[in-house]
Design a protein around this ligand. Structure first.
Ligand code: ASP
Ligand code: MG
Length: 414
């Protein structure tokens, strides 16, 4: 017997037929003798619709009332699922955020979970009752409803799994797992059986949007074993057909033949900014990135060349595409302080990253990447690395080619 938290996203909850499918999956998990809590999203599109109403009501809507409105989508699906389960003869009840309670802190509309009272939930689960919990919502100290920010149900599920000490948190979504790369680009991409928290964080942050990044960080912190799987596959006999996101130790013990590189991600959401002829003296870099940080603009890759004359240099960096206009604004304002000559921007770039914990103990991963791209005449415009990731910035038009040749070069083709 195991204790399982199952989470179903918006597409899995969109309409009664799909909710009945979800109920069947939950029933099968209960029939296997497991204790089950279910965390649900609102029906696909519903939260957008509710947000739309708020904007219509008032351009400067009150975030506390916004939470009251948008949290309702999950209240509907949790009630419907509990009802459907009971009609199928499965004991179940809904537990709204304030009833458990799931206590949150900081601000409305982007609250953070502080604690979850797990006693009652665990008692109900032990008694064989399925606990159906609306994702995305919690309660502030003053008793008011809060929500966690868009996509927050993944985080709710992981937090509930941590609180009830679940053996696994199964996240059912519209893809059947995490792949070595985007299967729409590389048809020979393989589904990964296991991936580490660290790798998943890197893959998520560079464009594999299977899970909300925040939920992966929480899973890593709380050591929650997460499984991503499809809610549209035939249930079958195998209870673990998706991708498991677990600690490095768990993987090392089980998979000696692991590849050096786990996956290749791409991200077309960044743009490149070059500041030309910046004075090469102490404090200049701070004068560029300080104001950008103050404007909450997230800078990713940074290159500063050594100036030939020792007097001026170019500084290149990337920011989210949606922040280019604001970045230019900030930099133009600071021009007298920074003293650059011109700003050149290029949004037609893509970041391609190879990710794998294996590279910690192996040399040559980056060299292989550069060589592989060079052989295809792909120019590298910027580079950044972490302990388990090498990223390059290239021309957007070459993204698919780069991903494909790298997938082959690192032996990932299935
Ligand atoms: N329903 C919320 C949203 O669409 C939360 C979630 O589904 O994760 O953002
Ligand atoms: Mg989601």
């Amino acid at each position: 017997m195991a204790r399982i938290v199952m989470k179903f996203g918006g597409t899995s909850m969109a309409g009664m037929e799909r909710i009945r499918n979800v109920a069947n999956r939950v029933k099968a998990e209960v029939a296997r003798g497991n204790e089950v809590a279910v965390v649900v999203s609102a029906m696909a599109g519903e939260t957008d619709r509710l947000v739309g109403f708020c904007k219509e009501a008032s351009a400067l809507y009150d975030p506390a009332e916004y939470d009251v409105v948008v949290a309702s989508g999950e209240q509907v699906t949790s009630g419907l699922l509990a009802m459907t389960l009971k009609a199928m003869g499965v004991d179940a009840r809904s537990w709204l955020g304030w009833q458990i309670p799931i206590r949150t802190v900081e601000t409305h509309a982007k609250a953070r979970i502080e604690s979850i009272d797990s006693e009652t939930l665990i008692a109900a689960m032990k008694a064989g009752q399925v606990a159906v919990i609306p994702g995305f919502q919690g309660m502030m100290d003053d008793g008011r409803i809060s929500t966690l920010g868009r996509g927050g149900s993944d985080t709710s599920a992981v937090a509930v799994a941590a609180a009830v000490k679940a053996d696994r948190c199964d996240i059912y979504t519209d893809v059947d797992g995490v792949y070595t790369t985007d299967p729409r680009i590389v048809s020979r991409a393989r589904k990964l059986g296991k991936v580490t928290y660290e790798e998943m964080l890197e893959l998520a942050s560079v464009g594999s949007k299977v899970l909300q990044t925040r939920s992966v960080a929480l899973a890593m912190k709380e050591r929650v074993r997460v499984q991503v799987l499809s809610s549209f596959d035939e249930p079958g006999d195998n209870p673990e057909p998706g991708t498991l996101i677990v600690s490095e130790e768990e993987i090392e013990g089980s998979d000696m033949e692991r590849q050096l590189i786990t996956g290749i991600a791409h991200d077309k959401n960044e743009a490149k900014i070059v500041l030309t002829r910046v004075p090469d003296r102490p404090g200049i870099v701070a004068s560029i990135f300080g104001p950008l940080a103050d404007a909450a603009i997230n800078v990713d890759m940074i290159i500063q060349n050594v100036g030939h004359s020792g007097i001026v240099t170019d500084v290149t960096f990337t920011v989210p595409r949606s922040d280019v206009a604001r970045s230019i604004d900030v930099l133009e304002r600071e021009k007298p302080v920074i003293g650059f000559e011109s700003i050149i921007t290029d949004a037609e770039v893509a970041k391609v990253s190879v990710v794998g914990v294996g590279m910690r103990s192996h040399a040559g991963v980056a060299a292989m990447m550069f060589k592989t791209l060079a052989e295809r005449g792909i120019n590298i415009e910027a580079i950044s690395t972490s302990e388990i990731k090498v990223s390059v910035l290239i021309d957007e038009d070459e993204t698919e080619l780069a991903v494909r040749v790298l997938h082959t070069a690192y032996g990932l083709d299935g």
